[in-house]
Design a protein around this ligand. Structure first.
Ligand SMILES: NC(=O)c1ccc[n+]([C@@H]2O[C@H](COP(=O)([O-])OP(=O)(O)OC[C@H]3O[C@@H](n4cnc5c(N)ncnc54)[C@H](OP(=O)(O)O)[C@@H]3O)[C@@H](O)[C@H]2O)c1
Length: 273
């Protein structure tokens, strides 16, 4: 029997999830309904060709109790939104950054099955990373339900604490943006050498794609693969010297720590991410 899902919020992450679910090879067997609760229909429009998808503007319009209700809204909207869902006997999942499990207990019944999840946008093409955290009381059946819901969307795993999920947020939740930034930088360097914008971007994209797939498939560590491209006194060695002078390792460590600290701050405030 397939799952019925109410997706609350259809912005960057809500759309990524919906696209991922709708395009799974066995989507028809796995999902019966996607009720998308969003203030504006335009964001949901691209998905409405799928007969299982339906736009509604408030939870009162839900035709039946969904098996799973997933919150994909900004953390600062949760205080207003969560109380509207407290009467539902569904499995709740929230992908909001920073807000700890205890926060949800204030707004949803503490007996409700609840999971915090941290996905990333490549889930939309089934190449994502998603981590889950549940209350200890979550039954094995509900745990299984959550896993089934995200099966085939990428690499998934459970963590044991809010703190660990905040670390995942800083690494893989925000991580695609770090990679996009590096793609932008390589493309800009190609443009600076005289390539057209289009060729520069394609060169950067293909280099990241090829290197990433090669690193996954080769079974070798990235440092060994790097060494194979870096002959002593060669061209790559000169480039790597520049990156080392800029201390790329330290910069990445600082960037991830800054994101982690921000996730911690979000626990206590109503700010944007
Ligand atoms: N983006 C990411 O890569 C990413 C990664 C991991 C986790 N997250 C988490 O995912 C959550 C959503 O982030 P996002 O990037 O998708 O933000 P977003 O693009 O701003 O989307 C949030 C959506 O919520 C909608 N919304 C506002 N009030 C609502 C309500 N009462 N009911 C239903 N929907 C409502 C907004 O609609 P309108 O625009 O029409 O007002 C908006 O489309 C955040 O908590 C974030 O921490 C995001």
């Amino acid at each position: 029997m397939g799952l019925s899902i109410a997706l609350v919020g259809c912005g960057a992450m809500g759309s990524a999830l919906l696209k991922g679910w709708i395009t799974l090879p066995d989507t028809k067997e796995r999902f019966t309904n996607f009720w998308v609760i969003a203030p504006h229909r335009e964001k949901v429009e691209p998905f409405l060709k799928d007969p299982r998808a339906c736009w509604i503007s408030s939870p009162e319009q839900l035709p039946q109790t969904p098996d799973l209700i997933l919150f994909a809204v900004k953390p600062y909207h949760l205080t207003d939104i969560l109380p509207q869902y407290k009467a539902f006997e569904s499995l709740f999942v929230s992908v909001a950054s920073g807000k700890p499990l205890s926060f949800y207990e204030t707004y949803l019944p503490s007996s409700s099955p609840f999971v915090r999840a941290m996905p990333n946008t490549p889930l939309s093409i089934h190449q994502g990373v998603i981590a889950f955290l549940s209350r200890v009381s979550l039954s094995p059946q509900n745990k299984q339900r959550v896993e089934n819901c995200f099966r085939g969307m990428g690499f998934s795993f459970w963590v044991n604490s809010d703190d660990e999920l905040d670390k995942v947020t800083a690494l893989t939740g925000s991580g695609p943006a770090y990679v996009f930034y590096m793609i932008e930088a390589l493309a800009q360097a190609a443009e600076a050498l005289g390539f057209s914008k289009k060729t520069a971007l394609q060169m950067a994209l293909s280099t990241f794609e090829g290197a990433s797939i090669y690193a996954q498939q080769s079974g070798q560590l990235p440092e060994s693969l790097r060494a194979q491209v870096t002959s002593p006194h060669g061209t790559t060695a000169e480039a790597i010297k520049v990156l080392e002078r800029g201390n790329l390792y330290l910069l990445m460590e600082e960037a991830v720590k800054a994101a982690y600290n921000r996730a911690k701050e979000l626990a206590h405030e109503g700010q944007n991410v």
